[in-house]
Design a protein around this ligand. Structure first.
Ligand code: HEM
Length: 461
C-alpha cells in the first residue's frame, strides 16, 4: 500500500520525480526529499517506485530479522556483474553466502585483528613518511587520495599479502581507477530506464566491461601467485583457498574466490577511506576536539614509539570522533531491507512479502527526535558511554544490520582508530579556510577536494 506514503509534489509523466535531481548526487537528493517529506517517503523514476525509510521507529522495526532481511537491489544488484555471489552482493538464499560467511568469519576475530596490527602499522608508517615529505616540501596533503592509498594497501597486504605500491605512485593504482569506474557505473545505471541502458550508456558500458576485466585479471594474478608460493600465514586468501567448512567440508570454488577477493578489496577499503577523510575534516575544523583526542593519545601511548594492539581499543575518545563522523556521513549511506513475509511496518503500513525499502542512514543519524535539535552539529560526546546507553537500539547503523551486517566492522574500526591516533600524535591539522564540504557519491561517500595543511608536532608537547 503506497498511497499512504508521501512523494514529491511535482511528478513528470514517465520520468517521475526528477525535478531538481542531479544524477551525480542521488543520495544527497534523497536527503533533501527526506527533509521535506518525513520519515517514510517514495520516489519514482521511469515507472519504478522506491520507498525510503529513515524514522527511528520504522528503521528499528525493519531490523527485526524474523520479518525482514537484506534486499539485494538497486546499486548493489548493479554490482552483481563485478562481485557476483561474493559476500556483499549474494542473495540471501545463495548457498555460497553461508559457506563463505562461515569460512571467512574467523578472519575477523579478535585474534585475527591482533595478527593484522603490525602490518596495519607498517602501512600507516608509509602514509606518515609520505606526509612528512609533503610537509617538508611545503605542500598541503590530498586527504581522500592518501586515505584511499592507505586503506587499499592495508586490506591488500593484511588480507592477501599483496602490495599495490600505492605510495610510490603519483596517480591512483589502476585497480582503484577501475573500481571507482565500476562503482560509478553501478550508481549511474539507477538513473536511466533499464531497457534503454545499453543504448544510453553505450560507451560507459564498454568501459565498465573493460574495468571488470581488469579487476578480474588483477585478482587472478594474485591468486595464481599465491598458489605457486608458500601461502600467507593464514590470511584471508589462505582461508578462501584452503579452508573447508567445519560441518560440510565444502570449499569455495575458484570462481567464488575471485568474487570474494574483489569484494574484500573494494568493500575493505573504499568506505574506510571515506570515514577517515570525514573524520580528518572534522578534526581540522574542531581544534578543541583534536586537542582532547591528542591528550588521550599521549596519555595512553605514553612514550611508546608505536602503539601496541591493546592500546588502540583504549582510545575511547578517538573512537567517538570516528563514530560521530560515521553518524553524519555514514560512508555506505543506505542499505535495503525486504519483508520475508506479509507484515505491517510499525503497525501502520501493510507490506507484502518481497516488498522492500531503502534505509537512509544519514537521515536516521540526524533524526532530531533521537539526536536532539543540534543533530546537524559535530559533537563526539554523543557517543560517551552514558549517552549511548540512553539511546534506543537501532538508531546508529553505519555498518548495516542483522546477519548481513558488515563483517569488516572491527577491522575498519581498528585500522581507522590506529591511523587517526598516529596522525594526531604527529601533526597539527590546519584546514583551508575557503574549503566547503562537498560530498562526492559513487554508491559510497567521500569528501571531494579536501586538502589539509600540516604542522609537525612534538609528542607530548
Ligand atoms: C557489509 C559498511 C568496512 C566488508 C556492509 C554493510 C554496510 C557496510 C552498511 C551492509 C550492506 C547491506 O546491508 O547491504 C561499512 C563501513 C565500513 C566498512 C561504513 C568502514 C567504515 C568494511 C571492511 C571490510 C568490509 C574493512 C572488509 C575487510 C564487508 C562485507 C560485507 C559488508 C564483506 C557483506 C557482509 C555480508 O553480507 O555477509 N558494510 N563497511 N567492510 N562489509 Fe562493510
Amino acid at each position: 500500500r503506497l498511497d499512504r506514503i508521501p512523494h514529491p509534489p511535482r511528478r513528470l509523466p514517465f520520468l517521475g520525480d526528477v525535478i531538481g535531481a542531479d544524477r551525480r548526487t542521488p543520495l544527497q537528493d534523497s536527503l533533501r526529499y527526506a527533509r521535506q517529506l518525513g520519515p517514510i517517503f517514495r520516489r519514482k523514476a521511469f515507472g519504478k517506485e522506491f520507498v525510503f525509510v529513515w524514522g527511528a521507529d520504522l528503521v528499528a522495526d525493519m531490523a527485526d530479522e524474523s520479518r525482514f532481511a537484506k534486499h539485494v537491489g538497486l546499486g548493489i544488484a548493479n554490482l552483481r556483474p563485478v562481485a557476483g555471489d561474493g559476500l556483499f552482493t549474494a542473495y540471501n538464499h545463495e548457498p555460497n553466502w553461508q559457506l563463505a560467511h562461515d569460512v571467512l568469519a574467523p578472519g575477523f576475530s579478535r585474534e585475527a585483528m591482533a595478527g593484522y596490527h603490525p602490518m596495519m602499522l607498517a602501512v600507516a608508517e608509509r602514509l606518515t613518511d609520505h606526509w612528512d615529505r609533503e610537509l617538508a616540501a611545503g605542500r598541503s596533503v590530498d586527504v581522500p587520495g592518501d586515505m584511499t592509498k592507505l586503506t587499499l594497501e592495508t586490506i591488500a597486504r593484511t588480507g592477501f599479502g599483496h602490495d599495490f605500491g600505492s605510495f610510490e605512485r603519483d596517480r591512483p593504482h589502476p585497480f582503484v581507477t577501475s573500481m571507482v569506474g565500476t562503482l560509478s557505473y553501478a550508481q549511474r545505471l539507477n538513473s536511466v530506464p533499464g531497457p534503454l541502458a545499453p543504448l544510453l550508456l553505450r560507451t560507459a558500458t564498454r568501459r565498465n566491461e573493460a574495468d571488470i576485466a581488469y579487476l578480474n585479471r588483477t585478482v587472478d594474478d594474485m591468486v595464481r601467485t599465491r598458489r605457486t608460493t608458500n601461502g600467507g600465514d593464514g590470511d584471508l586468501l589462505d582461508r578462501m583457498l584452503e579452508t573447508t567448512h567445519p560441518e560440510t567440508g565444502e570449499r569455495l570454488s575458484a570462481e567464488n574466490v575471485r568474487r570474494q577477493v574483489i569484494t574484500f578489496l573494494v568493500a575493505g577499503h573504499e568506505t574506510t577511506s571515506g570515514s577517515l577523510s570525514f573524520a580528518l575534516h572534522y578534526l581540522a575544523r574542531h581544534p578543541d576536539v583534536a586537542a582532547r583526542a591528542r591528550a588521550e593519545i599521549d596519555q595512553i601511548w605514553g612514550d611508546a614509539e608505536v602503539p601496541g594492539y591493546e592500546q588502540i581499543a583504549k582510545l575511547r575518545y578517538v573512537r567517538r570522533v570516528l563514530d560521530e563522523s560515521l553518524r553524519l556521513w555514514p560512508t555506505a549511506p543506505a542499505y535495503a531491507r525486504e519483508a520475508t513475509r506479509d507484515t505491517e511496518l510499525a503497525g501502520v503500513h501493510p507490506v507484502r512479502r518481497g516488498a522492500w525499502a531503502l534505509i537512509l542512514t544519514p537521515m536516521l543519524h540526524r533524526d532530531p527526535e533521537v539526536w536532539g535539535a543540534d543533530a546537524e552539529e559535530f559533537d563526539p560526546d554523543r557517543f560517551d558511554a552514558k549517552a549511548v546507553r540512553s539511546r534506543a537500539p537501532h538508531t546508529f547503523k553505519p555498518f548495516g544490520t542483522g546477519a548481513r551486517a558488515c563483517i569488516g566492522r572491527q577491522f575498519a574500526l581498528h585500522e581507522a582508530t590506529l591511523v587517526l591516533g598516529l596522525l594526531l600524535r604527529r601533526y597539527e591539522l590546519r584546514p583551508d579556510p575557503a574549503y566547503r564540504l562537498r560530498v562526492a557519491e559513487r554508491l559510497t561517500l567521500m569528501p571531494e577536494g579536501l586538502r589539509l595543511h600540516l604542522d609537525r608536532r612534538t609528542p607530548s608537547g
